[in-house]
Write a protein that binds this ligand. Structure first.
Ligand code: SER
Length: 585
């Protein structure tokens, strides 16, 4: 079964069980500065898991484009991927454990025809925060899962939360037995030996973890499930790695035929990082030195270096992108539409790296000369790290270069510095999740409503062409990008502020209606119509002043939002201006 067939089967199955199919959110979260990339299907649904009403109802299903970077350095082995697709189904306060487990069991055994003998499951063992999940185990047994293949584990294995704070709960994970021999008599699904592969995770989300580490019950009991598409395709096709499935096979073959050096890890890194880079660029990502831009930069640069390592001409890159897009376009038609920009961005970044490679090489030579002066034969860890950090030199390259000089490179010291750096990044990215959708406080909600007021005020002052191009909200400010060909004058800025503040003062009621996209358009609501919304949408009105298609949430009425002040108006890109504004209470 191909990945696309699995996806279609999944969506159809859940549709048959009363779920609405919703479109995948972009890989780069909209309106959410809290995470770099969408990391799970539940991520765009956080407001609805917390109780906001979803316009498509309480049973949803989708495929979601996801990117996870925690294991970026493991890519090259036989299983780790940065980009992957997650199939999911959700109950937003609708069904709970019983129906969820029964549907999963039916899908695995009757739709995918996996023999029950190949399956085992795990449940939450219980602790001071939540009880042992015997109900889940009982339901599995009722489905026909033998008792000896139902395992209990603690929070490390059977509790799911995105980041440190937010909606969470015990989960039940389903495992596929690859038939490999057990690594020991105690081998079980929590073991990493490769015998058991996790295929699906159903999270019973009934708790909210607060920043102080305590748990409280959510308003509603939700189910959030995630099934990794690439992994499922690999297992159902009886392949050993995702690279052997149709998602990668042609690219892997091509790389093999082009390469002068035989190195399977390098081929996998090129194939995987190129695919991930294509998906990121297609959804609007661009390389830079910070945050998601930096992730993209690392992916493209690492891929470039491995092309070099394989001795494949870098001129082949556009052909490899074409080949990849040919595979991806069946799953993600948008990728084919963005082909030109994808090629341009990836090739430009490769060119930039080729330049830094040369500078890095010079830096390396300087370090060698310095060491020689001191009559040392070692490149210290700081230098290895600087070459990594500044010139994108992976440590093994520096090590190889050093060895050619009869030198050693202090990789242990590098690893220490690298770990410290990683720890800092990890803390930063966890911190980032905290401020996010999971943390919808009064301030971010006010900024969301202010964004709608600003959008309308800009259209009044500048004209209808002033359309939203992007938005980003933190607890401190809103940022709004809109189309407008020139700098706004001081008068225009003041006028916009005045209009927004007048509306806030009027204490306008904010109301929400659900309708079809056609009805929304006919009612004059604004919206990013090029976005895929699904068949039913929510339309938020602020008095009679503004009407926009939006997922919410918003304040109930505008009074108390504070005084609106534009702090900055600047160019964002050609024909697009950017406003940063605050609400002063
Ligand atoms: N959120 C859970 C996961 O990512 C299930 O979708 O595994």
């Amino acid at each position: 079964m191909t990945a696309l067939e699995i996806r279609n089967k999944y969506l159809k199955f859940f549709e048959k069980h009363g779920h609405k199919v919703i479109p995948s959110a972009p890989l780069i979260p909209e309106n959410d500065p809290s995470v770099l990339f969408t990391t799970a299907g539940m991520h765009p649904l956080v407001p609805y898991l917390l109780g906001e009403k979803h316009p498509q109802g309480t049973r949803l299903t989708d495929y979601q484009k996801c990117l996870r970077t925690v294991d970026i350095d493991e890519v090259g082995d036989n299983r780790h991927l940065t980009y992957f697709e997650m199939l999911g189904n959700w109950s937003l306060g609708d069904y709970f454990k019983e129906e969820s487990i029964k549907m999963s069991f039916e899908f695995l055994t009757s739709e995918l025809n996996i023999p029950v003998e190949k399956l085992s499951v795990t449940c939450f063992a219980g602790d001071n925060d939540a009880p042992r999940d015997e109900e889940t185990a009982r339901i599995w047994q009722e489905c026909g899962m033998p008792k000896e293949r139902i395992y209990y584990f603690g929070k490390d294995d059977n509790w799911w939360i995105a980041g440190e704070e937010g909606p969470c709960g015990p989960d039940t994970e389903m495992f596929y037995d690859t038939g490999k021999p057990a690594c020991s008599s105690s081998c079980n699904p929590s073991c990493n030996c490769g015998k058991y592969v996790e295929i699906w995770n159903n999270v019973f989300m009934e708790y909210f973890k607060k920043s102080d580490g305590t748990y409280e019950k959510l308003k509603q009991k939700n189910v959030d499930t995630g099934l990794g598409l690439e992994r499922m395709a690999m297992l159902l096709q009886g392949k050993q790695t995702p690279y052997d499935t149709e998602l990668f096979a042609d690219v892997m073959k091509k790389l093999e035929s082009l390469a002068k050096k035989d190195d399977i890890a390098s081929r996998r890194i090129v194939a995987e990082h190129l695919r991930a880079s294509i998906m990121i660029v297609s959804d609007g990502g661009r390389p830079s030195n910070v945050d998601r831009g930096y992730i993209l930069r690392r992916l493209i640069r690492r891929m470039t270096r491995h092309l070099n390592k394989l001795e494949i001409s870098l001129d082949e890159l556009p052909n490899l992108i074409d080949l990849n897009i040919d595979i991806l376009k069946d799953l993600y038609p948008e990728v084919a539409n963005n082909k030109d920009i994808i090629k341009q961005v990836i090739v430009e970044e490769k060119d930039k790296f080729v330049k830094t490679l040369a500078h890095g090489q010079k830096e390396f030579e300087k370090a060698v000369n310095k060491a020689k002066e001191k009559q040392e034969k070692i490149i210290d860890g700081q230098t290895v790290f600087k070459l990594y950090e500044t010139y994108g030199f992976p440590p093994e390259v520096t090590k190889e270069l050093a060895e050619e000089e009869g030198f050693k490179a202090d990789i242990d010291e590098f690893s220490k510095l690298f770990k410290e750096h990683q720890e800092k990044s990890r803390q930063a990215s966890e911190g980032k999740f905290k401020g996010g959708l999971a943390d919808q406080n009064e301030q971010t909600i006010s900024y969301h409503t202010a964004t709608h007021l600003l959008h309308k005020a800009l259209q009044i002052v500048l004209g209808d062409h002033a359309k939203q191009k992007g938005s980003n909200i933190t607890t401190e400010r809103l940022r709004f990008d809109f189309s407008h060909p020139q700098k706004m004058t001081k008068e225009e800025i003041e006028k916009v502020e005045q209009i927004v503040n007048e509306q806030i003062q009027k204490d306008l009621k904010v109301t929400c209606e659900e309708m079809t996209l056609e009805e929304a358009k006919a009612s004059g609501a604004t919206g990013l119509f090029e976005n895929k919304y699904g068949d039913k949408v929510k339309v938020y009105s602020i008095g009679d002043f503004s009407k926009e298609i939006c997922g919410g949430p918003h304040v109930k009425s505008t009074k108390g939002m504070g005084t609106f002040k534009i702090k900055k108006e600047e160019a964002s890109s050609a024909g697009v201006r950017r406003i940063k504004a605050v609400l002063i209470k």
